[in-house]
Write a protein that binds this ligand. Structure first.
Ligand SMILES: *Cc1c(COP(=O)(O)O)cnc(C)c1O
Length: 357
């Protein structure tokens, strides 16, 4: 049975990656050992980690001598803490753009370490748009934003210019579209949306922004320690990193980020077109800020919910429920989601319209 998986995270992975990962669970590269039982210091895993790091920089088109790649644990939420702990100076301040629940959580965590300037926020409008006019104070220690708001379905189309270190949470749209990634000094992303299974977070840092090591920083929170120990300060998430590496290979083989972007544009255009033309549905995000990754929409008449949900189930459409804090629907169109799944969802929406209007 083919299930159309629109889950926001953990989410769909390429079929090919899943098969390779399944095989490696039984026997990794004919070693007679499972990926679940090999040492993280074995030559096999060291090669996997090295390939994953090098694919990240190659796909993002970032220079090896400037950027370091880490695969750590604790989720993107742990980076909400590590970032201020490493980048905020004593008695310092940081600038944040508040565009959603995750951005808001990042703000809250940073407040424990210094002053936080919210340069702009769309909280008053249920985060339905991306604020555009704001000033980033040039005496802040860094600027933080969220490129794609997974819960609200908005995405930054352009990024501000700033002379201070630029930090971006790309958990739900990394590797989905071409950007000049060198405008960022620290990019991070929980793997479970567009890279791999839950359990590891990708962090890409321009090393020179770290400066001198901070006194009293616990090792596990210290980016410099993780760079020095090459993501092996403690046991890394071996299986999650392996599977992420397989996805990175898959992206490269498919034509890199440009190929992902072309397909993602097509999927999003098809679905937004249906949302805008089907009289029973409406989008929830400002049109100019609509996300290509997480498409949020709702039924105009909430009384239709049960019937639509039932129809979705009949056609094996899974993971369409909106985030528990906002309701409605959210179709996550990550890299691995085939166009056919979007076409199936559109057919179901059209069939629903024919039977309900
Ligand atoms: C899911 C998500 C997070 C939180 O990720 P965890 O790995 O669960 O901590 C943070 N930021 C964004 C943009 C997300 O989509």
């Amino acid at each position: 049975m083919k299930v159309h998986n629109f889950s926001a995270g953990p989410s769909i992975l390429p079929e090919e990656v899943m098969q390779q990962a399944a095989k490696a669970v039984l026997n990794l590269n004919e070693t007679g050992l499972s990926i679940l039982e090999i040492s993280h210091r074995s030559p096999e895993f060291l090669a996997i980690l090295a390939e994953a790091k090098s694919l990240v920089l190659e796909l993002l088109d970032l220079p090896q001598n400037e950027y370091k790649v880490l695969f750590l644990q604790g989720g993107a939420s742990m980076e909400f803490l590590r970032i201020p702990m490493n980048l905020m100076q004593k008695g310092g301040k940081a600038a944040y753009l508040n565009t959603g629940t995750w951005a808001d959580n990042a703000v809250k965590e940073a407040k424990a370490f210094g002053e936080v300037i919210e340069v702009a926020s769309s909280k008053d409008m249920h985060y339905s748009y991306i604020p555009k006019a704001y000033t980033i104070p040039d005496d802040a220690d860094y600027f933080h934003c969220t490129s794609n708001n997974t819960i609200y379905g908005t995405q930054m189309r352009s990024f501000p210019e700033t002379a201070i270190p630029f930090v971006c949470d790309m958990s739900s749209d990394i590797f989905s579209r071409k950007l000049d990634f060198s405008q960022f000094d620290l990019i991070y992303a929980g793997a479970q949306k567009n890279i791999g299974p839950a359990g590891t977070t990708l962090i890409v840092i321009r090393e020179r922004i770290l400066g001198n090591p901070k006194n009293g920083l616990p090792n596990i929170m210290n980016y410099q320690m993780h760079i020095e120990r090459e993501s092996m300060y403690n046991t890394p998430a071996v299986f999650a990193i392996y599977t992420s590496m397989l996805t990175l290979r898959w992206i490269k083989k498919a034509g890199g980020i440009a190929a992902m972007e072309a397909r993602n544009n097509k999927k999003a255009a098809l679905l937004y077109e249906e949302i805008d033309h089907n009289p029973l549905f409406e989008g929830t995000a400002a049109k100019e800020d609509r996300s290509l990754m997480n498409v949020t929409f709702r039924l105009k008449d909430a009384n239709h919910t049960e019937a639509f949900d039932t129809l979705c189930k009949t056609y094996h459409i899974s993971g369409l429920k909106g985030h528990r804090t906002v309701g409605g629907y959210r179709a996550s169109l990550y890299n691995a989601l085939p166009v056919e799944s979007v076409q199936m969802l559109i057919e179901v929406m059209q069939q629903f319209q024919r039977s309900h209007s």
